[in-house]
Design a protein. Structure first.
Length: 345
């Protein structure tokens, strides 16, 4: 299907992607050939505790117009140069997803453009492949809401392992809050743990829970918080032990998937992918299996509009679009429910 639509003398050749699954509202502009022209994000920071879905959605509604306008300005294009609108349809937090979907529907209707609903998890994999050149990797996708080991097989990204309770990113977030640490300058909680762990010297045993190919982080979190409250170990040593244990679990299940699938590449993507220690552990494991290791660039590791735009292009080229009246959000839309025919081709 050709996406180059000529209206008058303007060649429409760009996709606008809108991301709003959780605390980030993002807008990205990507050409139909995969060139990223703009990637603008605005993040909601709760005053206390974790993400409050309705407050986050209110934030998204307030900044949507500004973020979209800034993305188009940065891309140096106008609305008349867009070929389609893509949005994160799920999985995610209901109020947040609906806010982004509403913005996307309004634009698609007003501009009379095709609308594409994108699976957020697929988008993290595709932006990783686009920016690193990976072709057929075993992917470890780690973020605040997801922890998944996947690989392509028979028209879908199959899930070979995943968390049984909380995601590793959420585990890090809660640990930082329980430790009474505050992020300065928008620094991610995982970055705080990484910096403290780098100064830790004493390792103490914590629950290491791998069940076959799946993982559980709740026991690790409870034990690490208990150590802090008992004050038997310093904060830096607890962070060191906590991070080493969590990342060793992730590396083990990724290695098992790599051996099972016999792929020759490993890709790390998602917000937690920015952690240098996790990168080192996975790179070492991949090298031992003669596999190429790739990690998504930091600017595309967290939730962003560019990944939605690029995946929207891939989806639409293979006939996936959705009428505005049927563009319902899917709060629990699993990665392995999505057909990805472009991978085979």
């Amino acid at each position: 299907m050709c996406l180059r639509l000529i209206v008058g003398f303007v060649v429409e050749s760009y996709c606008l992607g809108i991301e709003s699954t959780a605390d980030d509202f993002g807008a990205g502009v990507v050409s139909l050939e995969g060139e990223i022209l703009a990637n603008v994000n605005d993040t909601y920071f709760p005053e206390k505790g974790g993400i409050h879905p309705r407050e986050a959605a209110r934030h998204h509604a307030n900044v949507a117009g500004k973020v979209i306008a800034e993305a188009l300005k940065k891309a140096k294009i106008g609305f008349n140069e867009l070929a389609l609108i893509a949005f994160s349809q799920g999985p995610g937090l209901g109020p947040c997803l609906r806010t982004g979907a509403t913005a996307a529907r309004a634009l698609a209707s007003y501009l009379n453009l095709p609308l594409v609903g994108v699976n957020h998890c697929v988008a993290h994999i595709e932006i990783g492949k686009l920016t690193t050149g990976a072709r057929d990797p075993v992917t470890l996708y780690v973020s605040g809401g997801n922890t998944i080991v996947s690989a392509y097989e028979a028209n879908r990204y199959r899930v070979f392992g995943e968390t049984l309770d909380i995601a590793v990113g959420n585990c890090l977030d809660v640990f930082v809050r329980e430790a009474g640490l505050k992020a300065e300058g928008g620094k991610a909680p995982g970055r705080i743990v990484e910096e403290l762990a780098a100064r830790g010297k004493k390792f103490t045993s914590l629950p290491y829970t791998v069940k076959g190919m799946d993982l559980s982080f709740s026991g690790l979190l409870t034990a690490a918080v208990s150590l802090l409250r008992e004050k038997k170990f310093g904060l830096e040593d607890v962070c060191f032990s906590f991070q080493e244990t969590a990342f060793s679990m992730l590396t083990e299940v990724t290695e098992r998937a790599l051996a099972h699938t016999e792929k020759s590449e490993v890709l790390l993507t998602g917000g937690v992918a920015a952690n240098k220690r996790l990168q080192y552990m996975l790179r070492t494991m991949a090298e031992e299996h003669d596999a190429k290791f790739s990690v998504v660039p930091r600017e595309y590791s967290a939730d962003n509009g560019a990944m939605i735009a690029w995946t929207g292009v891939l989806c639409y080229e293979y006939g996936f679009s959705v009428p505005v009246e049927k563009s319902y959000v899917k709060l629990k839309w699993r990665l392995d429910e999505v057909e990805v025919p472009w991978v085979e081709n």
